[in-house]
Design a protein around this ligand. Structure first.
Ligand code: GRF
Length: 215
């Protein structure tokens, strides 16, 4: 793969949609309830500043792929197991993103850590949602961590992705209260509900302001 072609990704800031929408790819690995919230927001808002041009999954059986197909969104699935190295896998993803003229990558339950190579291709153009109030409880099992720490308030965070794990600049957060008899299931339900409100609005705001501010 020609690296010169890859380096174009970070420079691709010009809006390619006729109505000035930012072309986004949503990366998933599973259920895709956040993807659904993003799809619904776009469907319900004629002035939505993003267009879900692609849903990418690393898992063939991810339910989110069905959600995308139902909504008429293009999908692509690649397993890292079919590639010799992480970089070869990620180079193929970057090719796919270029083919679809993707300007912004939106992680929504994507369960693979992206390497510095991939992050450099979309520097400041990768967004993630995490189920805690970062910088508290980064990494896996954030809700279990919050319960174990006996937090009375937790929540979710939308942030830019950098080379660390859940360390990039924070764009938006939403708090959720933790009751004394909270279970992991009940907390998960509350945090998901908060995420479904936060992610579409934070993404829309980023597309309206952040993308041009950082171009
Ligand atoms: C969400 O809780 C998100 O914060 C985390 O992964 C979960 C994905 O859930 N990164 P879903 O697939 O969107 O339902």
């Amino acid at each position: 793969m020609a690296l010169a072609r890859l380096s174009l990704a970070t420079k691709m800031t010009q809006k390619t949609e006729p109505n000035n929408q930012t072309r986004i790819a949503v990366f998933i690995s599973g259920n895709g309830s956040n993807l659904q919230a993003l799809i619904d927001h776009q469907a319900q808002n004629s002035d939505c500043p993003y267009d879900i041009a692609l849903v990418f999954s690393n898992k063939e059986n991810a339910y989110g792929l069905q959600r995308a197909e139902t909504a008429g969104v293009r999908t692509k699935c690649l397993s890292h197991r079919e590639y010799d190295s992480r970089q070869a896998f990620e180079e193929q993803i970057v090719h796919i993103l270029h083919d679809h003229q993707i300007e912004l990558v939106v992680l929504a339950g994507f369960m693979r850590v992206l390497s510095p190579f991939f992050v450099s291709q979309y520097a400041q153009r990768i967004i993630n949602i995490h189920p805690s109030l970062l910088p508290k409880f980064p990494g896996l099992n954030a809700m279990e961590q919050a319960l174990a720490a006996r937090e009375t308030i937790t929540g979710c965070t939308v942030h830019l992705v950098d080379d660390g794990v859940d360390t990039g600049p924070i764009l938006a957060q939403k708090e959720v209260s933790v009751s004394s008899d909270e279970t992991i299931e009940s907390l998960q339900k509350k945090i998901h509900a908060a995420e479904h409100q936060l992610y579409p609005s934070a993404l829309a705001q980023f597309c309206e302001q952040g993308l041009s501010a950082q171009s």
